[in-house]
Design a protein around this ligand. Structure first.
Ligand SMILES: [Zn+2]
Length: 750
């Protein structure tokens, strides 16, 4: 336990750093129990700081100080004061640059928090974000202190044959007692949270990438020797991400070398250290027989996310940790766009919205609710939240929607141009978007400071005389903190209107260009939009593409939902209609079960599904999602008192009824998609597997010999994990007597 009372840190108290560190020279003599760190900091007073006094306070935790000097003059303990967290030098030069040299030791083996320098199996590695660098040596450990780093690693040749740090290797050599050394130099000034070192017995898989300006970049993935056959996909993903960032954002990689290290012990998914990413093995290693399609997609997404940070996070970094969403919100948005381009925009959007609505909404409705840019924190490690990441990405996406793709790109270009090499704020990001598009976004800024999920209540009235549709939108943002008044937000609401034949109607709305789809700019507490020349009562397709992270209150009949499921041209709303329709039907059945009534399958869902199954689909992953029943957890979230057994029973009843009525459709789709595509992980191969396996899921509800054989055959012939695990799931959830043998075989196989 610490005896000090935890201190709350407030955004409003921000002050520029009193001192700046121009450059850092680090020497590590590596040892798992006693690593020696010699650090040479070139410091000077920050001309922008107006603090008085001549003391210098460096952060440092769990360090053993050995030597300390200023400009070569050793200091004794009358010249400094040390606490558990701070080393204060009583007097340092104010009118000229000066050098502080520090020698300290650390114990990586005892570091079970995995922050700073720690041991992972036989490897030594680091994690410095957010405040881990202060567990390596004394420093101004804050992101607005940016320095160039030169790092020399010294270690035993057998234990640590590979010695890595940020930047480019510039020198190496041998030493007595079977030791060697390597010096790395990173020419780009960076905050210390992006520092990294790795030392260990690692194998390297190499490739290269030629940038748009013709530079050749060496790409290296470091893993333990038994994992070298599982890196191909990660390498390809990296190359895809590098190309995409050049094409979509005009961002080229800067160093000569890009390294990824896969580590067994890692607190987070991965870390974007400059030029030396450190990854949890889960997000690097994949082979067709060991990893599912979902694993493959996640690996590509995470590799891309960390790569994209090189510009959104590293070259332009955060001024303070309150601005975490500046780098994370934007980078998550970028990786979402990238994954959508690589796989399916519709499916990626649905998955992201699912995560947001199930988990971030819950966070935002509970005691942990906070704005994407918090006002205060006690422990920054607690703010790596779904709100900062996922809602943060939604806020960036809304800017993209409001400014459209071209305007957004102009804004991001200006942002990089203005702030390359700087530590900046969320406000700077919005300002660049404003300036590039000549647009006032002051009201939009409330998204950064207000917590809670906004709710939009929608009402509509159609005037048959004047051929007008009036749509009234009322917004409210409930907060856990009732004392704070919430301002109305600027909310982009993308909308389309459908005629009775399912065709889109032309929208005539004062102040907007005539179009089939427009984005309403909602700014008032209550606002009415009047659409002119609407010749019939239309069906409203609202919040297309889920254009804002809000909850919509708008009652819909089952007929209306079935209509949208059949006709809506917006893939997100079409899927949403399918989920809501199936939910309504299943929850009605839950009610019937609870009241002991006879269960009957409504024909509406059967006919809607028949309609879907008869169409040709190019995006088979999306089609599979359309015909997937809502999860039991989603159904449970719609009930005041959750009746788990009735939910399961009702959902199984629907599954079985659909399987019985649509058996021939499922069978022929299964057959049409069962070509052997193992070893292929493109969107089309993954889509075929998804479709085949959802057909198997329905068919296995029939509990007959034909479907038992189908599942058994797929299980024993599968050469990829996706097909094998899908077949096994179908088997273990059936009454098939072979399931015991299959489970035993799977166990023996792995
Ligand atoms: Zn990130």
């Amino acid at each position: 336990m610490r005896d000090a009372t935890p201190q709350t840190i407030y955004l409003k108290d921000y002050n520029v750093p009193e001192y700046l560190i121009e450059s850092v020279d680090l020497n590590f003599i590596l040892d798992e129990q006693c690593t020696r760190v010699v650090s040479r900091l070139c410091l000077q007073r920050n001309p922008d700081s107006d603090h008085s006094g001549d003391a210098l306070s460096l952060m440092g935790e769990e360090l053993t100080l050995v030597n300390l000097s200023i400009d070569g003059n050793a200091l004794d303990d009358t010249h400094y004061k040390q606490t558990d967290e701070v080393l204060t030098l009583h007097s340092v030069p104010q009118d000229k640059p000066f050098v502080v040299s520090i020698e300290n030791t650390i114990n990586p083996q005892a570091n079970t928090a995995f922050e700073g320098l720690y041991q992972s199996s036989t490897m030594l590695c680091t994690q410095c974000e957010a405040e881990g660098f202060r567990k390596i040596t004394y420093f101004l450990d804050r992101p607005d202190v940016m320095s160039t780093f030169k790092t020399t690693l010294i270690g035993d040749k057998d234990k640590y044959p590979v010695l890595l740090s940020n930047g480019n290797p510039v020198a190496k050599g041998e030493l007595a007692h079977n030791r060697h050394w390597v010096t790395w130099e990173d020419p780009f000034a960076k905050p210390c949270y992006l520092f990294a070192l790795v030392a260990g017995k690692l194998e390297c898989i190499e490739d290269s990438f030629t940038t748009q300006s013709g530079r050749s970049i060496a790409l290296q993935i470091f893993v333990e020797s038994h994992d070298t056959d599982k890196c191909e996909h990660a390498m390809q993903s990296l190359k895809n991400a590098m190309r995409w960032d050049e094409e979509k954002y005009g961002r080229e990689y800067d160093l000569d070398q890009y390294m990824i290290v896969a580590v067994g012990h890692f607190n987070m998914g991965a870390m974007e250290n400059k030029g030396l990413n450190i990854f949890n093995t889960k997000f690097v290693l994949a082979r067709p027989d060991t990893a599912t399609d979902v694993d493959y997609e996640h690996i590509e997404g995470v590799i891309a996310h960390e790569y994209f940070h090189n510009w959104t996070g590293n070259r332009v970094t955060c001024r303070d940790w309150f601005q975490l969403s500046l780098k994370e919100g934007f980078t998550v948005f970028r990786d979402q766009q990238f994954t959508g381009d690589q796989t399916s925009q519709a499916v990626k959007r649905i998955e992201d919205v699912n995560l947001l609505r199930t988990r971030q909404f819950a966070e935002d409705a509970g005691p942990l609710s906070h704005p994407i840019r918090p006002d205060s924190y006690i422990e920054i490690n607690n703010f790596y939240t779904l709100t900062v990441y996922e809602k943060g990405a939604e806020v960036v996406r809304m800017l993209h929607t409001l400014l459209d793709a071209d305007g957004f790109r102009k804004g991001s270009d200006l942002y990089f141009q203005r702030h390359d090499g700087q530590a900046v704020t969320c406000d700077d990001f919005v300002s660049a978007m404003e300036a590039a598009n000549n647009r006032d976004l002051s009201q939009f800024r409330h998204w950064y400071s207000q917590s809670g999920t906004p709710r939009l209540s929608i009402s509509q009235s159609y005037d048959v005389e004047n051929l007008q549709l009036q749509l009234t939108i009322q917004q409210s943002t409930p907060g856990t903190d009732k004392r704070k008044i919430k301002n109305p937000l600027l909310i982009p609401v993308k909308i389309g209107l459908l005629g009775s034949d399912g065709a889109p109607l032309t929208l005539n709305l004062n102040g907007y260009p005539q179009a089939k789809e427009i984005t309403l700019t909602v700014t008032e507490q209550t606002q009415t939009f009047t659409f002119e020349q609407i010749s019939e009562q239309p069906i409203v397709s609202l919040l297309r593409g889920y254009s804002a992270p809000v909850i919509i209150d708008m009652p819909r009949s089952e007929e209306e939902l079935a209509f949208l499921l059949t006709h809506d041209s917006d893939p997100f709303n079409r899927w949403e209609a399918a989920q809501l329709l199936a939910s309504k039907i299943i929850l009605d059945l839950v009610h019937a079960i609870q009241n002991g009534h006879h269960l009957e399958m409504p024909p509406l869902l059967i006919s809607a599904f028949t309609n879907l199954l008869q169409q040709q689909w190019t995006d088979k992953s999306y089609f599979s999602l359309l015909i997937k029943l809502p999860d039991e957890s989603f159904l449970a979230s719609q009930m005041d008192i959750v009746d788990a057994e009735s939910i399961h029973q009702a959902r199984e009843f629907v599954r079985q009824s659909l399987a019985e009525q649509l058996q021939t459709h499922f069978q022929s789709l299964y057959a049409a998609n069962s070509a052997d595509l193992s070893g292929h992980f493109d969107a089309s191969a993954i889509g075929s597997r998804r479709l085949k396996n959802i057909c198997l899921y329905y068919l296995s509800a029939l509990e007959n010999d034909a479907t038992y054989q189908l599942a058994e055959a797929q299980f024993s012939h599968a050469s990829n994990m996706t097909d094998q695990i899908a077949a096994l799931a179908a088997l273990v959830n059936s009454r098939n007597p072979a399931k015991q043998t299959c489970l035993e075989n799977f166990y023996q196989q792995w």
